[in-house]
Every structure is written in structure tokens, then in C-alpha cells.
Design a protein around this ligand. Structure first.
Ligand code: HEM
Length: 126
């Protein structure tokens, strides 16, 4: 049985990798870089996909270990799943809308990271 601690390390490592990858793509796009011009695009896509998968699996592993599912999935967990979905969309968005790369890097990513951490720590409505 996978422990709470192992799920937590996996979850945190995955979200750190996820946000690092998104930061790299955002900086590349705001410098005028295209997807094709990104020499690391395959590695970036692979890391993003792997980090997304580990983040959600370990996230629900944590939910299970914390016995949070008795009354169904709590609303703050759905909010975190929404943040996770947005992180999924953010790989392609900077190339499609390069003008958004700077505001996403400077405001969007920090806001999403802070919101995700806040939800996990305060568990509003739990
Ligand atoms: C990209 C999105 C996400 C980010 C940035 C993120 C970030 C974090 C962080 C920083 C923590 C540590 C908080 C602490 O010290 O307790 C955490 C814990 C946690 N996360 Fe996430 N998370 C994300 C997605 C998810 C998803 C999708 C789920 C559920 C499916 C989830 C469920 C949890 C749970 C249950 C905890 C443990 C709370 C505790 O130990 O009390 N997270 N997350």
C-alpha cells in the first residue's frame, strides 16, 4: 500500500516539474519562440504529460489516505482538479496567444500555485 508520505512527495515533485516546464515554455513564447523552434519540445511535452499524470494520481492518492471521500469528492478538491486542467491547457496557450505569455508567467502561474497550495492547506468547506 502506498503511504500518505510517498503520495505527498510524488504530488509535490510532480507539481514542481509541471510549473517549471510551464515557466520554460512561457519564457520561450514571450521571447517570440514558436513550438517548432523549441529545441526541447519533445522533452517538454513528455515531462508535462508525466507531471500531469503523477500530480492527479498522487493527488487522489492523498485524498484517499486522508479519508476525504466519505461524503463524495470535497469541493476544494474539484477546485484543485480545475487548476490541474488549466495547467494542462497552459502548455499550448502561450504559442497560440503569445501576448498572454507575460501576464500568465507573472500573474497566472503564481496565482494558480498559491491557490492550489491554499486549497490543500485550508481545505475550505471540509
Ligand atoms: C497543478 C495543480 C496542483 C498544485 C500546484 C498542487 C499543489 C499542492 C501543494 C503545494 C500541496 C502541499 C500542501 C501541504 O503542505 O499540505 C498539495 C497537497 C495536496 N493536494 Fe495538490 N496540487 C495540485 C493538484 C491537485 C489535485 C488535482 C488534487 C486532487 C485530485 C490535489 C490534492 C491534494 C491533496 C489531497 C493534498 C494533501 C493535503 C494534506 O496533506 O493535507 N492536488 N497540493
Amino acid at each position: 500500500m502506498i503511504s500518505y508520505e510517498v503520495y505527498k512527495v510524488a504530488h509535490l515533485a510532480a507539481v514542481l516539474v509541471l510549473f517549471s516546464v510551464l515557466g520554460g515554455v512561457l519564457v520561450h513564447a514571450l521571447n517570440g519562440g514558436t513550438r517548432a523552434a523549441n529545441m526541447a519540445r519533445r522533452a517538454v511535452a513528455a515531462l508535462h504529460g508525466l507531471a500531469m499524470a503523477v500530480a492527479i494520481v498522487a493527488g487522489f492518492g492523498l485524498v484517499a489516505r486522508l479519508d476525504l471521500m466519505s461524503g463524495g469528492v470535497p469541493p476544494w478538491v474539484w477546485a484543485k482538479v480545475t487548476i490541474w486542467l488549466i495547467a494542462g491547457l497552459l502548455l499550448a496557450l502561450p504559442y497560440r496567444r503569445p501576448a498572454l505569455a507575460r501576464p500568465i508567467l507573472l500573474v497566472g502561474l503564481p496565482f494558480l500555485a498559491a491557490a492550489a497550495a491554499w486549497l490543500a492547506v485550508f481545505k475550505p468547506g471540509n
